[in-house]
Each structure stands twice: as structure tokens, then as C-alpha cells.
Design a protein around this ligand. Sequence first.
Ligand code: FAD
Length: 116
Amino acid sequence: MTIEPTPIERLEGETPTLTGARLADGRFIPLKAIFVGASVRVASPFADSLGCEMVDTPMGRVVKVDAMQQTTQPGVFAAGDLARAASNITLATSDGMTAAHALFRSLVEEETAPAA
Ligand SMILES: Cc1cc2nc3c(=O)[nH]c(=O)nc-3n(C[C@H](O)[C@H](O)[C@H](O)COP(=O)(O)OP(=O)(O)OC[C@H]3O[C@@H](n4cnc5c(N)ncnc54)[C@H](O)[C@@H]3O)c2cc1C
């Protein structure tokens, strides 16, 4: 394995074909494929506008949640890519189910709580 410290200036090839990478010093490295660590970015302003705390991860900034997908705002739950570093459908749907259960439970507890 070779580690190339020179930054890549651009990828070359006619889409969708990749032929290689042009480095900042002008050299061309032929490549058949490339793996990238793409970072995530929350698309909607909902979490921010509700005052939910965010957390920085190696893959980007996401909404901070606890094990039950509860954000730092009571009654606000977040699930999926919005609230975890790893982008994965199975994990996103699992988070969604966890959030739905926790939300349902919190509503029942609120409804059945003895009056203060
Ligand atoms: C190219 C690519 C390939 C992938 N391949 C795989 C794979 O092979 N296997 C795997 O497990 N995962 C894969 N993933 C990751 C997977 O797609 C995500 O983890 C998953 O879709 C996350 O689901 P989500 O519901 O959290 O978010 P999303 O699927 O992004 O859904 C969010 C939805 O919210 C909508 N939205 C955003 N803002 C607003 C707004 N203001 N109002 C209303 N709606 C809004 C968006 O339009 C979108 O429909 C891949 C992702 C990409 C980008």
C-alpha cells in the first residue's frame, strides 16, 4: 500500500467512469475506484429551531439523542441520519421504532401522571 500525501486537485474521467486522480503537483494517479468518507449535514432547520443540542461526530454534526432517541428538548425525538453518525437504512428504521415507542410511552405517562 502507498500513502500519497499530496492533495487531490480533481478526479478525472467521463461520468460515470473514473480514470484517475490529478494531484495538486500535476501528477496523475490512475484509479479504477475510490472510497470516500462523506460527512453528513442536517438538511432541515427543525432541530435547530426547536433548540435541540447538536453533537460533532467524525462524520459530521448530528442531533444529540439518548438511548431512547430523546433529544435534549423534552418531548422531541429524532431518528435516522439526522441523529447518528453512521448512515444505514437498518439503523435508521430501528431508531425510528425506538423513537416511536419512547414517544408513545412518554405520552401515556403524561396522560396517566397524577395531578400535581
Ligand atoms: C448514495 C447513498 C447510498 C446509500 N447506500 C446505502 C446502502 O446500501 N445501505 C444502507 O443501509 N444505507 C445506505 N445509505 C444510507 C441510507 O440511505 C440512509 O441511512 C437512510 O436513508 C436514512 O434514512 P432517514 O429516514 O434518516 O433519512 P432520509 O432517507 O434522508 O429521509 C429524510 C427525508 O426527509 C425529507 N426532508 C428533508 N427536509 C425536509 C423538510 N424540511 N420538510 C419535509 N421533508 C424534509 C427528505 O426529502 C427525505 O425524504 C445510502 C445513502 C446514500 C446517499
